[in-house]
Design a protein around this ligand. Sequence first.
Ligand code: KIV
Ligand code: ZN
Length: 525
Amino acid sequence: MERIYIFDTTLRDGEQSPGASMSVEQKFEVALQLARLGVDVIEAGFPVSSPQQFGGCRLIAEKVQGPVIAGLARAVERDLERACEAVAPAERPRVHTFIASSPIHMKHKLNKQPEQVLEMAAWAVRYARDRVEEVEFSPEDATRSELPFLCRLVETVIEAGARVINIPDTVGYAVPEEFGAFVRRIMEGVPNIDKAVLSVHCHNDLGLGVANSIAAVQNGARQVEVTVNGIGERAGNAALEEFVMALNVRKDLLPFTTGIDTRQIYNSSRMLANVIGFPIPRNKPVVGENAFAHESGIHQDGVIKHRATYEIMTPEAVGRDASTLVLGRHSGKHGFLKRLEELGLVLGKENQDKAYQHFLDLADRKKEVYDDDIFVIVRDEIGEQLNTYTLSYFNIYSGNMAVPTATVRIESGSKRYEEAATGDGPVDAVFNAIDRAIGVATKLLEYTVHAVTPGREALGEVSVTVEIDGRRFIGRGASTDILEASARAYLNSINRYKTAAKETGGQESGRHEPGGQQTTGGESL
Ligand code: KIV
Ligand code: ZN
């Protein structure tokens, strides 16, 4: 069995998905879980792009042990300098530098001749190698590059000191057989390829990211770049869980191993979905709600008689066995903390206490608390501390003969904003009141509500997508009261906008003057 190295780029390419941006603290949480999952490399970000990107990489490099920590850099000095500095504290730092190699990118994007690209790439790799032991190089848009030039470029950067060569299918253009042959030709056409590990990075524009990655390992690639839940630019990247389970299930055809603890897959997937606010599609392979559900009578009958009739892997193999475990008020703090640990939710003492209090409140309102409830509790508890605005009070008046009216009180540090508004319905009224209170102009693009767990007393989770300043932000909120969940989700999307605005130096053109009355602490409504 040959070892395949798993390079996880959830925190870099994944975070580039529209609406998936994470705060430094959230990236750190996810990085800890990736280490538990057993990835070999965590690409922690693109340090030059913002102080937060730099800070996230630096924190992960300082505190996350086990995996190699990589930072991305274009082949220019400022990028390389920031990336080297950001990953320096890691046990094993890596700089990942790239420059485009396809005719279309070189001509239209870079406005450079191929010889200039060769020179820049070799210079960048030498620059990074002088500062960091491990350097990875990617010829961007490799699959639309001319093979003889690509091979020359790869040979040159290996000569300059690159020890990992990554072949990105940047636009998700390749198809498996062709891509496998392409990888094989690079393996055979680059004389010094034995000095490097060949890697692939497949985008999913045609839904072929995982299939192309498999074709690549069958033809000599030994590192695969993936993301949890397949998030990433546009249609995303090859999904970690699908790639790893394909190797696992088809050992007969694919004699490869990875360092992944497959029992951590489900937790990793749910944690990420909660952090970024993207629900996992029900039919998503391996981690979707329906991935192990059998609906038709024939299938159910088969599974009862022998599971393998309709299951090619077990839910236990990906850590889904205990997911139905139910806690209640009488489970006690010990039971609650034990479950947090099993779910990979590592909290400090203070957060543990707050999460437990939140759990007790919920257990009072609904008798049974499921794992999915716990993820929501922890997300809200951690998220609350990062928020610019919190909802401290709301009141909604509605009925078939009444004008829906909402009143909100929102706090931000020592400030309080209070406002009332009417609307077409109670949700519209509370959104209008929030708009008036904090003065951010939003356009609501999407609103969905679903029950987190079974039963009439379930937590309702609301997800909203809003546009502010031409950018999309997704917010989520949960409560046994769906109007409260709606208000929280809406405020969460505005908080995400605020975090993003801080990252870009505080430019907030989406802001208009707050209509909300600012009051001092203690003032009543
Ligand atoms: O898709 C791509 O080409 C990339 C590179 C930076 C590796 O993400
Ligand atoms: Zn990419």
